[in-house]
Design a protein around this ligand. Structure first.
Ligand code: URP
Ligand code: ZN
Ligand code: ZN
Length: 479
């Protein structure tokens, strides 16, 4: 199958130009001046399908490098399966995800890794890779790290919070970092001071402060800044590269920026929720449906931050200046009924997570419309940098000959109403939308995943199992 996308504005991280994109089979064959011939051949006359993208942007498919499909967590399981979550991702212009294999204390890393392959294999609508979570860092986990790098899993997430669930102590963190420094892999860090948070949670609940707002209030920015600083110091000690996930506090951003200015290999990821939502959402004052408990919809960790403190503005600015390098969703959806409501009497029992794998490309495009980032930076933070950060450069995140035919035709004159219900976009397996009522001045028209059209003007044309495992290499950013 040969597809020509003609007359669009092709946007790569490095620049934009009016061009035609020729996809042959699963791969981009050429990016051509509009109407060009190839060695005398009339390209348009020799393809199977022509998509006219005049007046539209043609961009590399989005890469969401932080998702948790059907993750067992918080006494339940994230509500999107690999099937439903990746289909929703496709609807929103994301053509690759990197999800997390979970290893809880006492479990064997490689056994867990194999289990996650069984869960995802044959289920996904788009391509998928894995990071590996390490909790206790056993000797066998260290040898597993080497084996996983060879398997295409070149990044490992550690947690400084969630004692008894995920938390690794500083010694365990250092051991994993030493291994990463020697095998070239990336350490990803959930940077929050878990002991401090556990104490504050205990005190709040004992004082009768049990509503969702207290989730945010018991995870203060100081706990994020301190852990971010500590992680940076431990990475410095060991020489491991460090990627700090879901950064929400401006003080943590500054720790990352300062480390980078000192020449350390440290990177920061933020998420749409930290660019658009705030602690005030945890008050649950948007509707009467759940009373104050509606705030549970926005319980995630790191938490949303108080709007008066200026975190959102700082985050947009840091994204524009490259103090923060990437935007992923940390897609970890739970329904209000039967999942989030486990915490009706006690906020600490609310499963932590927000789902937005479908909306990241739109929400970040709105940042372009609002003048917060450029068009090229949109592509860079949502696609190109994720590919380079996590060993997919050359094949993903760029429109160039030889790259996978992962392409989105995005209409800047279209419109997207986010939310649940008629006329709104919502394909995730959640009974609410964290972005209900958000209006986007743009629209995902067509999504092509390795040469196959999977979304076309409001129709899903893909199939379960279209997605293939991405065997990743090492990060391109390692020095
Ligand atoms: O609240 C969140 N972020 N849930 C998912 C697990 C994690 O820490 O990434
Ligand atoms: Zn985390
Ligand atoms: Zn996460």
């Amino acid at each position: 199958m040969k597809t020509l996308i003609k007359n669009g504005t092709v946007v790569n991280a490095t620049g934009s130009a009016t061009a035609d994109v020729l996809i042959d089979g699963e791969t981009i064959a050429a990016v051509l001046a509009p109407g060009s011939t190839l060695l005398g051949f009339d390209v348009e006359a020799n393809v199977d399908r022509v998509i006219d993208a005049r007046g539209k942007y043609v961009i590399p498919g989005g890469i969401d490098a932080h998702t948790h499909m059907q993750m067992p967590f918080g006494g339940t399981e994230a509500s999107d399966t690999f099937e439903t979550g990746t289909r929703a991702a496709a609807w929103g212009g994301t053509t690759s995800i990197v999800d997390f294999v979970v290893q809880y204390a006492g479990e064997n890393v490689l056994e867990q890794y194999r289990k996650w392959h069984e869960k995802a294999s044959g289920q996904c609508a788009i391509d998928y890779g894995f990071h590996q979570i390490l909790s206790d860092v056993q000797d066998s986990s260290l040898t597993a790290m080497d084996e996983l790098v060879a398997e295409g899993v070149s990044s490992f997430k550690l947690f400084m919070a969630y004692k008894g669930v995920f938390l690794s102590d500083d010694g365990q963190i250092v051991k994993a970092m030493q291994r990463a420094a020697s095998n070239g892999s990336m350490i990803m860090m959930h940077a929050e001071n878990g002991s401090v948070i556990d104490l504050l949670v205990q005190q709040a609940v004992a004082a009768g402060n049990t509503g969702p707002l207290y989730h945010g209030l018991t995870r203060p920015w100081q706990a994020e800044e301190e852990a971010t600083h500590r992680a940076i110091m431990l990475a410095n000690l060991t020489g491991a590269p460090l990627y700090v996930v879901h950064v929400s506090a401006k003080q943590a951003v500054d720790q990352i920026a300062q480390a980078r200015d000192r020449g350390q290999n440290v990177f920061g990821e933020t998420c749409p929720q930290y660019l658009y939502l705030s602690l005030e959402d945890n008050l649950g004052a948007r509707s009467d449906e759940w009373g104050g408990f509606e705030g549970a919809k926005w319980v995630c960790s790191t938490p949303l931050r108080a709007s008066a403190e200026g975190h959102q503005h700082h985050m947009w600015q840091s994204l524009a200046t490259n103090d923060i390098q990437m935007v992923s969703t940390d897609h970890c959806p739970f329904c209000m009924k039967g999942q989030k409501d486990m915490g009706l009497a006690d906020f600490s029992k609310i499963p932590n997570g927000i789902g937005s794998v479908e909306h990241r490309m739109d929400l970040l495009y709105q940042g372009v419309v609002d003048g917060k980032i450029s068009l090229e930076r949109w592509v860079e933070v949502c696609s190109t940098t994720p590919a380079r950060m996590f060993g997919m450069h050359g094949t993903k995140g760029v429109l160039q000959p030889g790259a996978d035919g992962d392409v989105v035709v995005y209409d800047p004159n279209g419109h997207t109403s986010i939310g649940v219900g008629p006329g709104k976009t919502h394909h995730m397996n959640m009974d609410y939308s964290a972005y209900e009522g958000f209006e986007i001045d743009g629209h995902v028209d067509t999504v092509i995943s390795r040469g196959k059209v999977v979304i076309d003007r409001g129709e899903y044309l893909g199939a379960k199992g279209d997605g293939r495992f991405i065997k990743r290499g090492l990060s391109q950013y390692l020095i």
